[in-house]
Design a protein around this ligand. Structure first.
Ligand SMILES: [Zn+2]
Length: 257
């Protein structure tokens, strides 16, 4: 991100984060599932919205859009090939979104899997990935497929290691417990649990993480390692045939956990 840009979490519901990209008095809002906490933050910090970015159609990501638009009419960007009740510009991979107020441009990436249609926004070493990649975990499969999610995470894993991961939920500690179970010898995982538990105890977010940290700790990005393959083989004798099969097996294991 450019100098002077701040990325601020606004909490909503039980564990959602609505990320605000703030520069000067301007803010772009990512996945506003609820308008009230966003409006309160805008008022409290004397900010004006310059746009709304949507990753996918689940209500905890879009529920506040109409109320925000009635407060201030701004462009809304949302994934192509999906229907939304609010006016928006449909975007997909290859599109760029420029915010002159923020002096920044974001690239759109297609990252289906959690849902059949899901996009992420990437720019200035920051990734807004909705419910695709989480702190030490990944999204559940709703109407997308496990194969889609595997390829989407591969795409995200190819971004620079210093990329900051701004996902939409605070699931990190629960994900760490599952990761510790299937990857018990991983020292990076133990260190992360220590650090992130301390953050949560202080009421602070564990996010953003970095792609480097996710690659060192997140089992869903480590399907080519012996430890993760070993865990997957316990429930599927073919789990080690490919990284994709290992991935789908541990996604299934996590569903049962
Ligand atoms: Zn979702």
């Amino acid at each position: 991100m450019i100098a002077g840009m701040k990325i601020v979490p606004v909490r909503a519901f039980r564990d959602n984060y609505i990320w605000l990209l703030v520069h000067g008095r301007h803010a772009a809002v990512v996945d506003p599932g609820d308008a009230a906490p966003v409006l309160a933050h805008l008022r409290q910090h004397d900010l004006s919205m310059c746009g709304i970015l949507i990753t996918h159609q689940h209500s905890d990501h879009i529920g506040g859009v109409e109320a925000l638009l009635s407060h201030q009419n701004v462009p809304v960007y949302a994934p192509r090939n999906e229907s939304f009740s609010f006016p928006h510009q449909a975007v997909s991979e290859g599109n760029k979104i420029h915010f002159p107020e923020l002096e920044t441009t974001l690239d759109v990436l297609d990252v289906p899997g959690h849902t059949a249609v899901h996009i992420a926004y990437y720019g200035g070493n920051s990734l807004f990935c909705g419910d695709t990649l989480f702190g030490c975990g990944c999204g559940r499969i709703f109407d997308g497929s496990c194969e889609q999610l595997f390829h989407s995470l591969e795409k995200l894993a190819a971004l620079p290691e210093k990329t900051k991961i701004y996902c939409a939920h605070e699931y990190t500690l629960a994900n760490l417990r599952f990761a510790r179970m299937i990857d018990p010898e991983n020292p990076a995982l133990m260190a992360r649990e220590h650090t992130d538990s301390a953050l949560i105890a202080q009421g602070l977010p564990t996010l953003p993480s970095t792609l480097a940290l996710e690659k060192a700790t997140n089992p869903f990005l480590r399907c080519d390692t012996k430890a993760i393959q070993r865990a997957a083989l316990q429930i599927n004798p073919h789990a080690a045939d490919s990284a994709e099969t290992t991935f789908c097996t541990i996604r299934e294991l996590k569903n049962r956990y």
